[in-house]
Design a protein around this ligand. Structure first.
Ligand code: CUA
Length: 282
């Protein structure tokens, strides 16, 4: 547009010797008006039909027998990730197998919300889909190359809307099977970390968090059964290191202002024991 404008300005500028009269003004050409009404109308119809066809084809995709089923629940401000058929519950890091055209395996995702509207968005893998309280949405992905892909909540959902990172790891098939086996394993129960385990089950942690095989079966916070298999804590706000875990348990808002987990107000001794236990949850 800018180029055409510049061209017209130069090409039709006032020149010495112009007679100063307006060029001929043309009104009321039925032919031209019909052309510029009918042609765009046809273009819109064609685009509409093509788009509708693809939308129905994409949304109507039914899971094959070997498709992976995942349920993702948006929370302020983290993602709960469940694999109902595999008995796995994790958070903030989605693991899926790679697909290939000769042997496709899609991941079908059920999207729900525990509180407000969030939006599930993996820019490289699919379009945005909202997670709406009281409503269940479905989408699916079929990544064709292994690797790591980043997602982010894409609907403003409160103070830590920006602190809802979602990390997707696309594994080769055998590697995915290993990940599944590791996640299905019971939580570690190291003798050396017994003191910390005692602290964990004696305070309010267990009201919100689950560690399979312990009295902790809360569901308001992330499942911690294999906490250390995750690269980050707080949905991507900090690396999952013992130092950051300690700072997080001491006061989550030091790393994530507004985080809904309360500061645990433990003595330094108990905090050290608790973190020593948490880092065994591989
Ligand atoms: Cu969740 Cu924005």
């Amino acid at each position: 547009m800018a180029g055409l404008t510049v061209y017209a300005i130069i090409r039709y500028r006032r020149r010495p010797g112009d007679d100063g009269r307006e060029p001929p003004q043309v009104y009321g050409s039925a032919q031209i008006e019909l052309a510029w009404t009918v042609v765009p109308f046809l273009i819109v119809i064609i685009l509409f039909l093509t788009t509708a066809r693809y939308i129905f084809a994409i949304e109507g995709r039914t899971p094959t027998a070997q498709a992976l089923e995942v349920t993702i629940v948006g929370n302020q401000w983290w993602w709960e990730i469940r694999y109902p058929k595999l008995g796995i519950v994790t958070a903030n890091e989605l693991h899926v197998p790679v697909s290939d055209p000769a042997n496709p395996i899609q991941t079908f995702i059920t999207l729900q919300s525990a509180d407000v509207i969030h939006s599930f968005w993996l820019p490289q893998l699919h379009g945005k889909t909202d997670l709406v309280p009281g409503k269940t949405n479905r989408t699916w992905i079929e990544p064709l190359v292994p690797g790591t892909f980043l997602g982010q909540c894409a609907e403003y959902c409160g103070l830590q809307h920006a602190g809802m990172l979602l990390i997707v790891t696309v594994h080769p098939r055998d590697e995915f099977a290993q990940w599944v086996a590791a996640q299905q394993a019971q939580a570690a129960d190291a003798l050396a970390a017994r003191a910390g385990r005692e602290v964990f089950v004696s305070v309010a942690c267990i009201n919100c968090h689950t560690v399979r095989g312990t009295p902790a079966n809360g569901v308001f916070g992330p499942d911690l059964t294999h906490l250390m298999s995750r690269a980050t804590i707080g949905a991507g706000v900090a690396r999952n290191t013992p130092e950051n875990l300690r700072a997080w348990v001491k006061d989550p808002t030091s790393l994530k202002p507004g985080a809904l987990m309360p500061a645990m107000k433990l003595s330094d001794d108990k905090l050290d024991q608790l973190v020593a236990y948490l880092v065994t949850l591989r």
